[in-house]
Design a binder for this molecule. Structure first.
Ligand SMILES: NC(=O)c1ccc[n+]([C@@H]2O[C@H](COP(=O)([O-])OP(=O)(O)OC[C@H]3O[C@@H](n4cnc5c(N)ncnc54)[C@H](OP(=O)(O)O)[C@@H]3O)[C@@H](O)[C@H]2O)c1
Length: 287
């Protein structure tokens, strides 16, 4: 069994790491807040003092951290991954970052004789718990094949989408679609409620015309109860809309609806004292 390293025990990273530990792989973990690893250590994982130490102990090292600055910190920071990565090992990054950063990481790994797999994910925290994530990989297909024995415990579908950058590009395109869909539902509810009609009436009609849709099953109940426990926090969706707009700007592609949505997501993120799910965009109209 390959020795696995894991960096990032956030909302989605932790259930992924737990599955790898429970599958019986020897796992070495590093997380900025070390206490989040306590239960995984009790389940058999080892703890590393630095990202560098986790990398040096691993045949396959996973990173799943919040955003581009976090990934840069764990890779290039003091005692970072790149100082410990062994030649012949594989770095798999499941964070959502920019395609440009994915390409930079690939170059840095190649300079150290290691392989890189760009592997952002979709499927949510519930998909992570069940091992039913979808991986959007970019890079060499042979690297994907080498990482498959671990990825098979985490995902139900492993897409290989092209060269480095392709996985992150598809991920950002998906997230802008989800953000607009959730914002569209929030706008519809605002219009209906302002007319004195109960949310349930719109949702009943939508349910019979759209059928089962995640926006209705998962996000609508949060909006009607104004209770937004974070599964995919609005701070991460705001980050992804920013990354999508940055990419669009580089490519010269106008994204007017995304730019408008980012304004509401940023406003709600800025006004939220707690870490709330992105369905909280509904509160933009409630105020
Ligand atoms: N949640 C989802 O449903 C979901 C779905 C698909 C993709 N994603 C993507 O997956 C990635 C992780 O998501 P998540 O939900 O697990 O995020 P999260 O709950 O915010 O966790 C972020 C992780 O990054 C670490 N981190 C943040 N800044 C850091 C820094 N400067 N140095 C070192 N570590 C740092 C955090 O460490 P601490 O524990 O010390 O804070 C934590 O382990 C993100 O890129 C997100 O966009 C998430």
């Amino acid at each position: 069994m390959p020795k696995v390293g894991w960096i990032g025990l956030g909302l989605i990273g932790k259930p992924m790491a737990r599955r790898v530990v429970e599958a019986g792989f020897p796992v070495t973990i590093w997380n900025r807040t070390a206490s989040k690893a306590d239960d995984l250590v009790r389940a058999g994982a080892k703890i590393a003092a630095t990202p560098r130490e986790a990398a040096a102990a691993s045949d396959i090292l996973f990173t799943c951290v919040s955003d581009p600055p976090a990934l840069e910190a764990v890779l290039w920071g003091a005692d970072g991954v790149l100082a410990g990565l062994r030649p012949g090992s594989i770095l798999v990054d499941s964070s959502t970052v920019s395609p440009a950063l994915a390409r930079r990481v690939a170059v840095a790994c190649a300079e150290r004789g290691a392989e890189f797999l760009e592997a952002p994910i979709t499927g949510g925290t519930w998909g992570a718990e069940k091992g039913e994530l979808v991986f959007l990989t970019g890079g060499d297909a042979t690297t994907l094949d080498r990482a498959r024995p671990v990825l098979d415990h985490l995902g139900k579908k492993l897409f290989h989408l092209g060269p480095y950058g392709a996985g992150q590009t598809i991920k950002l395109a998906m997230n802008l679609l989800y953000a607009l869909e959730v914002q569209a539902l929030a706008e519809s509810l605002a219009l209906v409620n302002a007319s004195g009609i109960a949310s349930e009436k719109l949702l009943d009609v939508l349910g019979s015309s759209m059928g089962r849709a995640p926006v209705l099953d998962v996000k609508a109940p949060m909006m009607t109860s104004a209770n937004y426990p974070p599964s995919f926090p609005i701070r991460l969706m705001d980050k992804d809309l920013g990354l999508a707009l940055e990419l669009a700007n580089q490519l010269g592609v106008p994204l007017p609806a995304t730019a408008a949505a980012r304004e509401t997501y940023s406003a709600v993120k800025g006004a939220s004292p707690e870490d709330v799910d992105y369905a909280a965009v509904r509160s933009f109209w409630r105020k």
